[in-house]
Design a protein. Structure first.
Length: 282
């Protein structure tokens, strides 16, 4: 199973919000990475993946300021159900959010490290629990109210009903969430469903998720949730080209509040948009 990220986003939010709070009561920040896993059937315990996409979205929020990104990682799955992996993507949200507050910081890559255990307790039903560390090699962390590195613990129930597959997943932040001050205990609930049409290697994909951001805004009386919690969704199609190649097209949207997740041009990073990606699995 590959834990490569789906093309939906949350990352840019934390850092953008935190830095904005320094200059505007309506700005704080949030960030990204992996972890909306995508299952890939392989013939061995080691797998790797490489993806090119027109926009890196995590939980509906753009992590690359609506620009293309290159992504890739690897997984090792043991027959016992234990697994570990790493996933990486080019990003711009840390430097973007720092510049939004008049600061200078750099972190061109997101690195995700995760491990967990999967158990098929009934035919077609597999439980999955694990821990995920989002790591951002960053210069000038003083530009942020909180370190953007984030630790999440997750539990998921995967299901298969003939041509329908999917999972229900809950992720809980054991640390502050992507640089958002006082946000430990934030959580994300995700329902993803896929339907294999059996025609031309096409599968239909649907997703809905809710990001809850815990805590109070630093130096203010407002809650993080009142500004930064939101729902995201995705509808798309995936094409299996064979030989490990697959492509996807999707429409992604959120109801994130204007002014909460923004880029230096003051655009809403959660606005609706079309995503296109090409993936090679090894």
């Amino acid at each position: 199973m590959s834990h490569s990220r789906t093309i939906t986003a949350l990352g840019l939010t934390a850092a953008i919000m935190t830095t904005s709070v320094m200059t505007n009561a309506l700005a704080q920040t949030s960030a990204t990475p992996t972890a909306e896993p995508v299952s890939v059937v392989t013939s061995g315990p080691f797998t790797a993946n490489l993806t090119l996409t027109n926009d890196y979205r995590y939980r509906g929020i753009s992590q690359s300021n609506f620009r293309p990104a290159i992504q890739g990682g690897f997984d090792y799955a043991h027959s016992s159900g234990l697994y570990i992996g790493n996933w990486n993507s080019s990003i711009s949200w840390i430097s973007d959010s720092a510049s939004l507050a008049g600061n200078n910081a750099s972190a061109p890559i997101e690195m995700d490290f995760y491990g967990g255990f999967k158990y098929e307790w009934s035919k077609g039903f597999t439980a999955d629990v694990g821990i995920l560390q989002y790591y951002y090699p960053t210069t000038n962390l003083s530009a942020f109210a909180a370190n953007p590195n984030t630790t999440e613990i997750y539990a998921a129930q995967n299901f298969t009903f003939d041509a329908v597959t999917g999972y229900l997943k809950f992720s809980w932040a054991a640390s502050t969430l992507f640089g958002t001050a006082n946000s430990a205990g934030s959580n994300y609930t995700d329902l993803t469903v896929n339907y294999d049409t059996g025609v031309w290697g096409l599968a239909l994909n649907a997703h809905v998720g809710y990001q809850y951001v815990a805590g109070q805004i630093a130096g203010g009386g407002m809650s993080n949730s009142s500004l930064f919690s939101y729902t995201d969704w995705k509808l798309g199609v995936t094409k299996d080209f064979g030989s490990g190649f697959s492509g996807s097209m999707a429409y992604v949207g959120t109801n994130a509040k204007d002014g909460s997740y923004i880029n230096p041009q003051l655009q809403n990073l959660g606005k609706g948009g079309f995503l296109i990606s090409l993936t090679k699995t090894f």
